[in-house]
Design a protein around this ligand. Structure first.
Ligand SMILES: Nc1ncnc2c1ncn2[C@@H]1O[C@H](COP(=O)(O)OP(=O)(O)OP(=O)(O)O)[C@@H](O)[C@H]1O
Ligand SMILES: [Mg+2]
Length: 253
């Protein structure tokens, strides 16, 4: 699919890079970006950036938003995503490596992870493998929380397991937050659990148990129990809000 790319990317497609490795080699700065998916707020393209297999994430403008606000949101999300990827990499958490960031155009180019999302895998892999992956996700998320960062959108689509070494990678950090707020951390658990319940209900028990096992191996049992308590409070509140909506809908009929 063809899309009208922002200026910075169009320029890069025209640019060449000269690499000296005993002789001069000319490589394209960016070649063949092709759309692989269109999310709610970003185009995901795949191409070669300086010969490296890459993903180009471009948060496109939204025509229904006031332009200034839209630009600011897209720019902030892009900046947060790149910052959190670096933070995670420094903590030993696997994520794609950011190769290029342009907050003005809301573009990040990052390494491509060859593999499948946990959403695609969860219903078709063996228990031990599923447990290993969920445990690793639990360890990663606990490390982020201990370092004052929450993911913000921890669904099984935002976890990629690479097909070569079977390593777990976290992606999609545009909604991450910094700052020590237990409620933000609990929301990570809540979103992860909800995504399990909606797409992998048959594997619910193993996924949650292994995740919590990994989580508490970093935070300790006291912190993880505290988190579960907040998750339960959030759920009760959610149910209360949903029930109220239902009641008012009935009343208006
Ligand atoms: N670095 C990467 N390597 C391989 N695949 C990727 C990479 N980044 C993103 N993807 C793929 O693109 C999909 C969407 O990416 P991402 O979650 O970052 O964008 P998004 O706009 O939030 O999309 P959505 O709204 O669907 O969550 C991922 O679920 C994954 O399949
Ligand atoms: Mg996503």
């Amino acid at each position: 699919m063809e899309v009208e790319l922002p200026e910075s990317l169009r320029t890069m497609v025209r640019e060449k890079l000269y690499i000296y490795t005993g002789y001069v080699k000319t490589v394209n700065m960016l070649s063949k970006p092709l759309v692989v998916s269109i999310g709610a707020e970003a185009y995901i393209l795949r191409g070669k950036f300086m010969e490296i297999d890459s993903i180009i994430k471009w948060r496109f403008p939204k025509p229904y938003m006031p332009p200034e606000l839209d630009r600011e949101f897209r720019s902030i999300r892009t900046e947060i995503e790149a910052k959190v990827m670096w933070r995670c990499l420094l903590m030993g958490i696997k994520t794609p490596i950011p190769l290029y960031v342009n907050t003005g155009d809301a573009v990040i180019i990052m390494t491509y992870i060859e593999g499948s999302t946990l959403r695609e895998l969860a219903n078709r892999i063996r228990d031990e493998e599923l447990c290993r992956i969920c445990r690793e996700v639990g360890v990663y998320i606990a490390k982020m929380h201990v370092n004052g960062v929450s993911h913000g959108d921890l669904t099984t689509s935002n976890i990629i397991v690479d097909s070569k070494e079977s390593q777990t990678h976290l992606i999609d950090f545009g909604l991450a937050t910094f700052g020590k707020r237990d409620e933000d951390y609990a929301i990570d658990l809540h979103i992860f659990f909800r995504s399990i319940e909606s797409a992998h209900i048959d594997r619910e028990r193993i996924m949650k148990e292994c995740f919590l096992n990994g989580y508490s191996s970093i935070t300790g049992d006291y912190e993880s129990s505290k988190m579960l308590k907040i998750v339960n409070d959030i759920r009760k509140r959610g149910r209360y809000v949903a029930e109220r909506k239902l009641k008012s809908a009935w009343r208006s009929i």
